[in-house]
Design a binder for this molecule. Structure first.
Ligand code: FAD
Length: 529
């Protein structure tokens, strides 16, 4: 064994011993050979939700996949260790999913931000480091006239972070979630070996090579390995986008039109929608939409509120193709049943369209409303239950005081690969459509929503999630379940496969402790089930 390797092993053994010790962890930066573990920071113990703050014992800022591999290999090789590891992307989780209480947080953004492009006749793709943010991939790919096909609404999220969930937005009905647009992954994982110890191995996997690992990691909530590189499918980027918003005063008409639009993928490139509960929700979601919206709804009274809905869709404009985009919008809107004269269209650059939430962020930051609590709840709802879900939602929100946004838009099941780890509602019937509903709430302590109020909002969201789960077959997206049994229920019949994948790729349950799915346990018990 090389001397440097021996030093690293000794250093890591010391690390493991110190992490297992009952005494509080050393406070100064620790140089463990090539692995420079740093003391914890506020960033490593917080996230966008601002609800949970679990401090790790140390932080790793990896310079390469090998650094992560070394860490996992030593932790899994030690029968003493009970240390857990969480990859942290941009930390935009809500409930501490990227945190590791007393464990090690791996800051993925420290990996060199490499992006390499391949532009072919039939297929183009980008090889991207797992810690790269989607905004950086967009900026680089646009220089070549290319862009990923499937997005999230907000782009300051990392590739590894969204691929660990699904990555959805208004393009999902057409191209599937981001996890349906990945050709290959490089993953550092902890394959179970015959001698019953794991090994931090760097594996390149795809649908045709190590497909089990590939499928497990996509939507795998960080449980099976750390994504250090992803090959993302690209398409030609349009220069401009025609962006349309139409208002409704009836929920059924709103959803019927949304379903009409997702049935026209040859014409439409993006479909979303949101509930207009009050003036604030009308105004806040209009910041990035540069049209003169002349909509003055009557919101009724507190006792008898009037609720409105806004559907938005977009059509890409490839200017060299000379397509008449306005004509396409005209063809589509003629088939819609929105409120009379309540349809607005604007033309924006493709970049500004995709980066629209950044504008909302800047506006919220400027008034101190970005770094507040975010008790968010996202749910996939079967089409058959969407009306009941709306009613359940309305029973649990007060339209006059709701702060934030409620998104509702349809997705198509056949754009999702059921071999991945993602959990969707059971189809039950042959329904192709399901909905995603995002209750994206802000709770500002300085605006009167401090601890008690936040706990009450979280309780209400749990009530919605539980009721919709039991009665409508809905499933949480970006799920949070406080107990392992809640996770069992969440996965339902898929639990066995998920647990088997855990036993195979992370037998010691080192990875992803912040999700709370698999509590860390003694090595002796690790191979029992
Ligand atoms: P983190 O929060 O850092 O991590 C999330 C999980 O992934 C953790 O379990 C972590 O351990 C794991 N993880 C992180 N990196 C890796 C890696 N390289 N390998 C393995 N596991 C890893 N989501 C959507 O789908 N659509 C949207 O439109 C959307 N809009 C959003 C808008 C805002 C303003 C915010 C704050 C979030 C939004 N999200 C959306 C949610 C977002 O996709 C998830 O929170 C995602 O996890 C954030 O990515 P991140 O890089 O911050 O991941």
């Amino acid at each position: 064994m090389e001397v440097s390797m021996l030093c690293t092993r000794v250093s890591l053994l010391i690390l493991i011993l110190s992490l297992c010790s009952p005494y509080k962890f050393i406070q100064s930066p620790m140089d463990f050979g090539p692995l420079n573990l740093l003391p914890t920071t506020t960033t490593a113990s917080s996230d966008f939700g601002r609800i949970l703050f679990h401090a790790p014992a140390a932080v790793l800022k990896p310079q390469s996949s090998r650094d992560i591999s070394l860490l996992l290999s030593f932790l899994s090789g030690s029968s003493l260790s009970k240390v857990t590891v969480a990859a942290r992307g941009a930390g935009h989780s809500i409930h501490g999913q990227a945190q590791a209480l007393d464990g090690i947080v791996v800051e993925m953004c420290s990996l060199p931000a490499e992006i390499e492009f391949y532009k072919g006749g039939e297929i183009s793709y980008a090889d991207v480091s797992g810690g790269v943010m989607w905004i950086d991939l967009l900026e680089q790919s646009l220089k070549l006239g290319l862009a990923p096909r499937s997005w999230t609404d907000y782009l300051y999220l990392t590739v590894g972070g969204t691929l660990s969930n699904a990555g959805i937005s208004g393009q999902t009905f057409k191209h599937g979630p981001q996890i349906s647009n990945v050709l290959q992954l490089e993953v550092v994982t902890d394959f179970l070996l015959l001698c019953f110890t794991g090994r931090g191995e760097i594996v390149t996997c795809s649908p045709s090579k190590d497909a089990d690992l590939f499928n497990a990691v996509l939507g795998g909530l960080g449980q099976f390995g750390i994504i250090t590189r992803a090959r993302i499918l690209l398409q030609e980027a349009p220069q401009k986008v025609r962006w349309v918003r139409a208002f409704y005063d009836d929920f059924n008409t709103f959803t019927k039109d949304q379903e009409l639009l997702v049935s026209m993928p040859d014409l439409v490139d993006y479909v979303e929608g949101f509930i207009v509960l009050n003036e604030q929700s009308l105004h806040s979601s209009s910041i990035a939409f540069p049209a003169n919206v002349d909509f003055n709804p009557d919101f009724g009274t507190k006792k008898s509120p009037n609720i409105y809905y806004c559907m938005e869709f977009a059509v890409h404009d490839y200017q060299h193709k000379n397509t008449d985009v306005e004509q396409i919008v005209e063809v589509i809107s003629r088939q819609m049943s929105h409120m009379v004269s309540q349809l607005y269209t604007v033309e924006v650059s493709y970049f500004d369209f995709l980066n629209r939430v950044r504008m909302e962020e800047m506006s919220l930051r400027s008034i101190g409303l970005w770094e507040v609590h975010h008790p968010w709840l996202n749910m996939f709802v079967p089409k058959a239950g969407i009306n009941d879900f709306r009613d359940l939602l309305m029973d649990n929100v007060s339209p006059d005081s709701f702060e934030g946004l409620i998104l509702i838009y349809p997705l198509l099941r056949d754009k999702w690969d059921t071999n991945t780890s993602v959990v969707l509602p059971d189809s039950g019937s042959t329904e192709r459509v399901m909905y995603v509903v995002g209750i994206l709430r802000s709770a500002n302590p300085e605006g009167g929503c401090s601890h008690h109020c936040l706990q009450e909002l979280l309780r209400r969201h749990r009530r919605i999630a539980d009721t919709a789960g039991v009665h409508l077959g809905a499933k949480q997206y970006l799920a949070h379940h406080p107990t392992p049994s809640g996770w069992h229920q969440h996965f339902g019949w898929r639990w066995e496969r998920f647990a088997e994948r855990k036993t195979r790729f992370d037998p010691l349950r080192i990875l992803g402790p912040g999700q709370g799915i698999f509590p860390r346990r003694d090595d002796s018990a690790a191979y029992g089930s």
